[in-house]
Design a protein. Structure first.
Length: 338
């Protein structure tokens, strides 16, 4: 595979829905007071708009608008202080000029920009001691940064091939989903070589989740399955297939439910983590989805590209309580303020 799956996916989906767009159409101006930070605010990275917008948790007002320092944003994460990190994939044609731009709460200009070691960032996570971990699809590695630093502290490249997702368990072990070699590799704290490599039942892994019991879930996009490894990771993996169609993001919820975003049938399917059985399906408000996020209060956010929107659902809702469309242009990543 010559380029990250999601970049191609979004481009195709967006073109199909809009008849083809180059992202040059102007967006409506955000409100003048649209720069603040509050717990629960949701941030949306717009691939075509080259913007990141912040909205109140209920989606009814835009509270922040970022354009400076943003070039094809592909990943978002916020630290415990509500600093926003934007992974810029960079111009997808030619030589990549990737970066991670960091914004203080309420700021509209980056306080710093990380370029060292960044090449096609696909996902970012905070790990032990507040270190930033960046999955670089373009470089097939994971780069690690100390808090406040813009210089690579460590690089994990052993057995990493086209990394698409990262996850940590309660023991601070790092898990990397490797799209290009159909594996998930686990790295013990401080280790640069894998402690374990998972292969059984894995095909083009695109997302990872770990539940409260330590069970590992792997979203297999081309296999139309989610593979489940037991908490001790010694049992034969189990498989979830009912309702799974071209799965993307998966989330383990505090309710002991697993959420699976399905690009292939425009749904979010919800499963009991105890039985792995399908308990409900959300379809209203979902069209060409790219990603989803779950807030601490239980609100579910689903980003769509047909047309560009973010649908918001209550913790047990199957119909959107609200939909965000203002100033969205190819949403591909979501982040929620702590």
């Amino acid at each position: 595979m010559s380029r990250p799956f999601l970049v191609a996916l979004v481009a195709l989906a967006f073109a199909a829905c809009s008849g083809g767009r180059d992202g040059t159409l102007p967006l409506a101006a955000p409100p003048q007071d649209a720069n603040r930070a509050a717990a629960g605010d949701v941030y949306v990275a717009n691939w075509y708009g080259n913007t990141v917008n912040g909205y109140s948790a209920n989606g009814k007002s835009q509270v922040r608008a970022l354009t400076s320092g943003i070039e094809y944003p592909n990943a978002l994460v916020l630290d415990k202080y509500a600093n926003l990190y934007v992974g810029n994939y960079g111009q997808p044609s030619g030589s990549l000029t990737s970066s991670v731009a960091v914004y203080a709460p309420g700021a509209t200009q980056p306080t710093r920009t990380i370029t060292n070691g960044i090449y096609g960032p696909y996902e970012m996570r905070f790990g032990p001691s507040g270190r930033l971990y960046v999955a670089n699809y373009g470089a097939s590695n994971v780069t690690i940064y100390a808090p406040g630093s813009s210089t690579v502290l460590q690089t994990i490249s052993s057995e990493v091939r086209g990394p698409e997702a990262l996850a940590f368990d309660s023991s601070d072990n790092l898990y990397v989903a490797n799209w290009s070699n159909n594996t998930v590799t686990m790295y013990a704290p401080g280790k640069l070589s894998p402690t374990k490599t998972y292969k059984k039942g894995i095909l083009t892994p695109v997302s990872l989740a770990i539940d409260g019991g330590g069970n590992l879930y792997v979203s297999n996009h081309h296999a139309n399955t989610v593979t489940v490894y037991g908490s001790r990771h010694k049992d034969m993996p189990r498989t979830i297939a009912d309702g799974v169609r071209r799965p993307l993001t998966i989330i383990s919820a505090p309710s002991k439910e697993l959420y699976v975003l399905n690009y292939g049938n425009n749904t979010v399917s919800v499963y009991s983590e105890n039985t792995l059985s399908l308990v409900r399906v959300i379809s209203d408000g979902i069209a060409c989805p790219t990603t989803m996020a779950l807030s601490k209060s239980g609100l579910l956010y689903v980003a769509n590209t047909c047309p560009s929107s973010v649908s918001i659902y209550s913790s047990s809702g199957s119909k959107p309580m609200h939909s965000i469309s203002r100033n969205l242009d190819g949403p591909v990543a979501l982040g929620i303020a702590p």
